[in-house]
Design a protein around this ligand. Structure first.
Ligand code: SAH
Ligand code: SF4
Ligand code: F3S
Length: 459
């Protein structure tokens, strides 16, 4: 079998793609990177906003056409698969296998079945399952919990991924050991609300470690860099900031989604914290980690958001001074409370506010990144950048970074880099040697000479 997986959505979906892919490989499948050469195409879907849903609909349309011409097994997994909306699509486009986020380990049974297979249960085995480490990668994801116990009124995730279940720390550490043995240098702990890790299993009663203590355990494992996402402000405790400060492997990067700066909107979103409480968490974080890099998520144009509410989001933005942000226009999702109870704002209002917020974020990112010029950052180089002779990677604070390949730094690895130049979205630097001096660059063809010789080599 030649299988091709297309992944939409968040890092949790990327992790699940890896999990299912490793199952397929264990059944003897070849993983191919194009639909054209695949006899099994599996879409790992996302339902968070309208756009990813529409992408899946259009891809399913294309796949149905291919299937009319040649044998093809079509599969659908992930968040949309768990929803009636996704199942209707699956029926319409002739999907053979459908697996919700809790049924991923049914993939083997599904492929053996001669009929359409629908797996929608939330199975316990998934939490104990330890997939093999990704091969040849310096970075890995590690799911520490699934599902979500919050009920933010705009959000479909509690419906698609069910209630929160934390994985046992032994399974997490076992998976981490495999990753370390495979050469992983940076692990990102994943969950919808990692700060509440263990709470569902009685962490407070001494059963599972708290998230702060899990961070300390993971940080002591020998892994070089640890990141985590996402933190819900309501469950954020000062001890998490303290654990970050006392555990060198934990990167000084916090992604703390605020969603809105207006208490009125936060209440209607059912976020369970106020602007003031959020700012108190930020103050705690800055106290323990003066050089922290802060990122957030913001939804603009939530139903009923007034110009004054939006102004409060902008002012909170300035008060915190975020390094980066994921910004979204509200998208009404069928099945969520806000879809049912509130009227959507006109699209133009949402777009216009989103543009203003993006401009504000760009200013802040420019300022924050410029302040890093001249500093030395630890950069995890993933591999070659788009332009020849350059490598790309990211810092401990998640800044995308480009460096020229240097003698001693021609491929993946973790290197000290002096930042020479910064834009709002990218940092440019030079790899330093052990003596703190720039490593000599790999000699490159003069770009002008390369341009001149191009037509000749094509002839
Ligand atoms: N569990 C994470 C969020 C996961 S979803 C948390 O609570 O922080 C990722 C982001 O998508 C959210 O933070 C939110 O900003 C955005 N989002 C979720 N539902 C949305 C919707 N209906 N419309 C627009 N953005 C949405
Ligand atoms: Fe969605 Fe809220 Fe849960 Fe995040 S915390 S996944 S936004 S319900
Ligand atoms: Fe992630 Fe999308 Fe599901 S953001 S949790 S894949 S709805």
């Amino acid at each position: 079998m030649r299988a091709h997986i297309v992944t939409y959505g968040c890092q949790m979906n990327e992790y699940d793609t890896h999990l299912v892919q490793s199952q397929l490989v264990s059944f003897g499948a070849d993983i191919v990177d194009s639909v054209d050469v695949a006899d099994f195409v599996l879409l790992n879907t996302c339902a968070i906003r309208g756009k990813p849903v529409e992408k899946v609909r259009s891809l399913l349309g294309d796949l149905r056409k291919i299937k009319a011409r040649r044998p093809l097994v079509i599969g659908m997994m992930g968040c949309l698969a768990q929803l009636e909306e996704g199942q209707q699509m699956a029926r319409k486009f002739g999907v053979d296998i459908l697996l919700g986020p809790g049924s991923l380990l049914d993939i083997g049974k599904a492929l053996e079945s001669n009929e359409r297979f629908w797996g929608l249960a939330f199975r316990d085995e998934l939490h104990d399952h330890v997939p093999p480490a990704p091969a040849g990668q310096l970075q890995a994801h590690l799911t520490i919990m699934r599902g979500c116990d919050h009920h933010c009124t705009y959000c479909i995730v509690p419906t698609t991924r069910g209630p929160q279940v934390s994985r046992h720390p032994d399974d997490i550490l076992r998976e981490l050991d495999l990753q370390l043995a495979a050469g992983v240098q940076e692990v990102t702990l994943l969950g919808q609300n990692v700060n509440a890790y263990g709470v569902d299993q009685g962490a407070r009663l001494g059963g599972y470690p708290t998230f702060a203590n899990l961070l300390r355990l993971v940080g002591r494992s020998g892994v070089r860099r640890v990141k985590f996402t996402t933190s819900h402000p309501m469950n954020f405790t000062e001890d998490v900031a303290a654990a970050m400060a006392d555990t060198p492997a934990i990167c000084e990067y916090v992604h703390l989604p605020v969603q809105s700066g207006s208490n009125r909107v936060l209440r209607r979103m059912a976020r369970e914290y106020t602007r003031e409480q959020y700012l108190a968490h930020v103050a705690d974080i800055k106290k323990h980690l003066p050089h922290v890099v802060l990122a957030t998520d913001i939804i603009v144009g939530f139903p009923g958001e007034t110009e004054d509410d939006f102004a409060q989001t902008l002012s909170l933005y300035d008060e915190v001074g975020y390094d980066s942000a994921y910004m979204f226009a509200y998208s009404a999702r069928p099945g969520t409370p806000s879809y049912k109870h509130f009227d959507d704002l006109p699209r133009e209002v949402k777009t216009e506010r989103l543009e203003r917020l993006i401009a504000r974020q760009k200013d802040w990112s420019a300022r924050k990144n410029a302040a890093k010029v001249g500093t030395t950052q630890e950069v995890l180089i993933r591999g070659e950048a788009h332009s020849d002779g350059f490598l790309e990677g990211h810092t401990r604070g998640n800044h995308p970074t480009i460096v020229p390949a240097a003698i001693g730094a021609t491929g993946p690895g973790v290197y000290p880099v002096r930042i020479d130049h910064a834009t709002p979205h990218m940092m440019y630097g030079t790899v330093l040697g052990p003596d703190g001096h720039p490593l000599p660059q790999v000699p490159r063809l003069d770009p002008q000479a390369a341009a001149l010789s191009a037509p000749l080599s094509m002839a």
